[in-house]
Design a protein around this ligand. Structure first.
Ligand code: X5A
Ligand code: ZN
Length: 664
């Protein structure tokens, strides 16, 4: 448990000493504004503060050449003229007499973070560092970077802790070509990067930053580039790539550790990225990665040059690492056409390597349609260039609500309440009329008296969630179907939107409504008698919920996009008895769904399912789900079912799209 924060003032002690209009955005204030924001919001105090250290020569040599290291070692003794001269051999970078010291601290900070996470001192953490790292190469500084902090950390983690698989997620808006070169032929490190590309017109203008560079030899398939060919990408575009590329592949890869090249020049207001994603989105990107690798996630700062959006984004990331529920994703309009084209290209390029992409659409064989589009783009780009860049404004992220009670449990008397939770049996605040109405309504079968007693508590619990007094809840009940019907009725009256996720077969009629107040997604082994509709999504899986790959695929590329676009105020997660889901998969589902509805998840389980109730509660408390074994290919029938549903529903739910519509 716990989140590390690694920071040292010393890394602010270097700066650009001459005039250079490219490098002048990389300023010491980048770091101070982030740290001050973390202090001001109280987030820093909630973290475990870990000291930096200098990376040793041996650490640096894990990635860089001896010649390069020796050359950088001389920079502290150079005159200004010599520094300028030295700088000239590299691209878009500057040196300073103290940068070598800072670069050793930056790499060392990443290693301290890996050590704290791998020894279990903390579960996750963030290192705030300068200089950044992902552009630097074996023998070259580049793009404000001197040593490749994250690449060094990945090799170090593999070596020192014997890790087999490390995932690097690079959400900085530039391509971390240094990281790509380092691991191109290495299947043990999966490198994912999205980056502003504009058909190679954007820095560093490399052919090999495009989607078709997938890695070489044994490493083929382990390098994923998502080029952004337009500026102005939004939250929907980023999330689409997570749902339809990164997450399915990452779950199939099954990393032992996740490293994030956490650059925030991908946020709105950044002069480099010129994108429009809000700082809040980093809460979701972080959350979506936090159930991989048993939650072992290390975020290391890379870029980010807008001194307002940078600290906001850093705070969102750290607050999520601390376990606070993410803010509402807001209304997502779906990915733009250019993002869909990128998505389509990446998925088809990686089809041969990942079974989750096996059924991805091929690219059109004729280049004509894409050429047509490129032409249109170029004309539009020219028009855009002539308009003056406007200063972007955006609202400050809302304070994230943190109700006093994290998880409230409704339990039979003979079950003890796990630490950190509150036993909930109160019906206080409920008027007696409501209680007797409930009894009347649900006692038609008469005898089942004891199951009726939990219903009023459930209703009271839902009320308290609506009041933000309680985040999440779990009830072990005698009759799940009855509890579900009752809860849905009450919740639909109270909340604008309720997402009902039902795992297993339902005995009675389906709950839910067609007016949008509820969205029902049901996973089962049986074909539904009710047809597919915008708000009724039956997912029929071959082995019910027993096939891990098929089920996870459906969760990542169907349920999550639906859930995010629907943006519920409450998630009701129902586990039908005998549904056959594996405990670890159930925990993943529980963890992932908490990114929705500001963590307002209510879980209903049958009393007999006691053995898995403690692990479920652990997920509600913000602990990571255990890692799944690396996933084999889902059953073709299951993939087909998910594809069929996505196809049916994508007119209503734009986040399900993975290809651009044909140009007319
Ligand atoms: C780490 C980072 C950007 C370099 C931009 C050079 N570097 N034009 O964001
Ligand atoms: Zn960057």
């Amino acid at each position: 448990m716990g989140t590390a924060l690694i920071y040292d003032d010393e890394m602010t002690n270097y700066k650009l000493l001459w005039v250079d209009s490219i490098c002048n955005i990389e300023v010491p204030e980048r770091l101070t504004v982030c740290y001050e924001a973390l202090m001001r919001t109280g987030l820093a105090d909630r973290c475990v503060s870990i000291p930096v250290r200098e990376a040793t020569d041996a650490d640096i040599l894990l990635v860089h050449s001896e010649e390069y290291l020796e050359a950088v070692k001389k920079t502290p003794y150079m005159t200004l003229a010599e520094l300028m001269e030295f700088t000239l051999q590299y691209g878009d970078v500057y040196f300073h007499p103290n940068i070598y010291h800072c670069a050793k601290l930056a790499a060392g900070a990443a290693l301290q973070l890996v050590d704290s996470v791998m020894t279990g001192a903390v579960r996750t953490g963030m290192a705030l560092v300068r200089p950044p790292g992902h552009h630097s190469m074996r023998s070259a500084a580049n793009g404000f970077c001197v040593f490749n902090n994250v690449a060094i950390a990945a090799r170090y983690a593999r070596q020192k802790y014997g890790l087999e698989r490390v995932l690097i997620v690079d959400w900085d808006i530039h391509h971390g070509q240094g990281v790509q070169y380092c691991f191109e032929d290495d299947p043990s490190v999966l490198y994912f990067s999205w980056h502003r590309y504009e058909h190679q017109k954007f820095w560093p203008n490399l052919r090999e930053s495009d989607y078709d560079t997938v890695g070489k030899e044994k490493g083929a398939g382990f390098n994923i580039n998502v080029p952004w060919n337009r500026v102005g990408m939004r939250n929907s575009d980023y999330l689409s790539v997570f749902f339809h590329i990164l997450l399915p592949v990452a779950y199939e890869f099954c990393p032992d550790l996740v490293l994030v090249c956490a650059g925030f020049d991908s946020a709105i207001g950044d002069p480099e990225g010129e994108m429009c994603a809000s700082p809040d989105i980093f809460a979701h990107l972080t959350h979506l990665l936090m159930n991989l690798a048993g939650g072992k996630l290390c975020a290391v700062l890379e870029g980010g040059y807008n001194l307002t959006s940078l600290p906001q984004s850093v705070c969102q990331t750290v607050q999520t690492l601390l376990g606070d529920p993410a803010p509402p994703p807001g209304s997502l309009e779906g990915p733009c056409r250019s993002a869909l084209e990128s998505l389509h290209c990446v998925r088809s390029a990686h089809k041969p390597y990942w079974s989750c992409l096996k059924y991805a659409a091929d690219l059109p064989t004729s280049e004509s349609s894409s050429k047509h589009d490129k032409l249109a783009e170029e004309t539009k780009d020219k028009a855009e260039k002539e308009t003056v860049k406007e200063e972007k404004v955006w609202p400050e992220p809302q304070k994230r609500v943190c109700p006093p009670v994290r998880a409230a449990l409704i339990l039979p008397d003979n079950v003890t309440c796990p630490a950190g939770c509150q036993r909930f049996s109160s019906t206080e605040g409920l008027d007696p009329a409501t209680i007797s109405k409930l009894r009347e309504k649900f006692s038609k079968d008469g005898e089942n008296n004891s199951s009726l007693t939990t219903l009023p508590s459930l209703v009271a619990l839902v009320d308290k969630m609506e009041n933000h007094e309680i985040y999440s809840g779990l009830a072990l009940v005698q009759d799940v179907s009855m509890a579900m019907t009752c809860t849905v009725q009450h919740a639909a009256a109270l909340f604008q939107r309720v997402l009902i996720v039902c795992v297993g077969d339902m005995v009675e009629q389906k709950p839910g409504t067609e007016d949008g107040k509820t969205l029902l997604v049901q996973f089962s082994g049986n074909i539904s008698d009710k047809p597919i509709g915008k708000y009724h999504v039956p997912v029929c899986l071959k082995k019910g919920c027993g096939d891990v790959s098929g089920f996870m695929h459906a969760v990542l590329s169907l349920l999550l996009p639906l859930g995010y676009e629907y943006d519920p105020n409450l998630v009701l997660l129902v586990r039908m008895p005998g549904c056959g889901i594996w405990d670890s998969v159930w925990q993943q589902l529980t963890g992932l769904l908490q990114g929705l509805a500001q963590g307002h998840t209510l879980i209903l389980m049958q009393e007999e399912e006691k053995p898995c109730f403690v692990p479920t509660v652990s997920c509600l408390l913000g602990n990571a789900a255990p890692s799944l074994a690396s996933l084999c290919a889902p059953l073709p029938e299951d993939t087909e079912e998910v594809e069929k549903l996505r196809y049916h529903l994508q007119a209503d739910w734009k986040l399900l799209q993975t290809t651009a519509p044909e140009p007319q």
